[in-house]
Design a protein around this ligand. Structure first.
Ligand code: DAK
Length: 257
């Protein structure tokens, strides 16, 4: 791995992926995204991992897809090489992913963070979809996910002007879960991950899937999907353990079965 660093057990059950192309502000080139795809596939299958944190460095989560790598491409080259298909893995990952964001999260960097399940931001974080300034538009969900996250008015403003959103504004508009001082954003992301990692991984996976479904379907179908996943938890040992532990007034020990 040249452009990312993977720590499988940052804490018990918590894996960390660090984007590591600091000179280019973690611009997301083809190889980097292939490494992310491969790492997510491996971590998603590893039973010792329950939550994945993805981060950059203090200066940048990621300043977007690599403009230098895209600049001369034709539409057909883009289509045939289809380098962006690696991005699909982020949303295919079944385990929860927390983005720990400091500094720039722009263009594909903002889309990457939004494709994760939750965002913890340092107060220095800057979010934006500045593609319009380089003569293109968001291509990895920016027009859709940003609009759903922060509403049409603000999203139009950001996408049509390329302006940035401060961490505080991002919190106000509901794009991020929490904003903390720069020294604390990784700590905060780990605390959130630890809380989730104690719970039933089976239930967590089914819950994540159901929440995501709410974006993709109408209410009736979403409710039916949720109910099936709810019933499915009753096939797990974790549900038996969780309810039994409640009755016995003790802490549940979830095994992911
Ligand atoms: N690509 C390539 N290099 C980049 C880069 C990027 N996106 N962002 C920064 N860099 C490089 C700079 O070129 C510079 O390299 P050197 O000149 O030193 O070699 C180095 O990082 C430091 O950047 P600056 O010198 O510009 O640093 P400043 O602090 O002055 O400015 C900045 C920081 C983040 C405001 C500025 O670098 C900037 O505006 N960067 C570009 C931001 C941007 O436009 N991002 C959107 C790119 S388009 C898709 C998936 C994804 C996408 C599309 C489709 N599919 C799944 C279909 C995504 C598209 C995009 O993200």
């Amino acid at each position: 791995m040249e452009f990312i660093k993977v720590t499988e057990q940052k804490e018990p059950f918590i894996a960390l992926i660090e984007l590591n192309r600091p000179k280019e502000l973690n611009a997301l080139n083809k190889q980097l995204m292939e490494e992310v795809r491969d790492a997510l596939q491996v971590l998603d299958k590893n039973e010792k991992v329950r939550v994945i944190i993805i981060t950059g460095n203090e200066q940048a989560f990621a300043a977007g897809a690599d403009i230098k790598q895209m600049a001369d491409k034709s539409a057909i080259e883009m289509l045939l090489v289809d380098q962006f298909s690696t991005w699909d893995q982020i949303r295919k990952t079944k385990k929860p992913i927390i983005a720990a964001v400091s500094g720039f999260a722009l263009g594909g960097g903002c889309e990457f963070a939004m494709t994760c399940d939750m965002i913890i931001a340092s107060e220095t974080a800057k979010f934006g979809q500045p593609e319009i300034k380089i003569g293109t538009i968001p291509g990895a969900g920016g027009t859709q996910r940003l609009t759903r996250a922060i509403g049409k008015a603000k999203s139009m403003e950001l996408i049509l002007t390329g302006r940035f959103l401060s961490a505080e504004e991002a919190h106000f508009y509901g794009l991020v879960n929490k904003v903390v001082p720069k020294e604390m954003y990784m700590h905060e992301a780990i605390e959130l991950a630890k809380e989730i990692a104690q719970l039933s991984p089976v239930a967590v996976q089914l819950a994540k899937e159901a929440v995501n479904r709410s974006y993709e379907t109408h209410l009736d179908e979403g409710l039916a999907f949720e109910r099936k996943n709810f019933y499915l938890t009753f096939a797990s040992e974790d549900q038996k353990e969780g309810m039994q532990a409640f009755v016995e007034k003790r802490k549940a020990d979830f095994k992911g079965r």
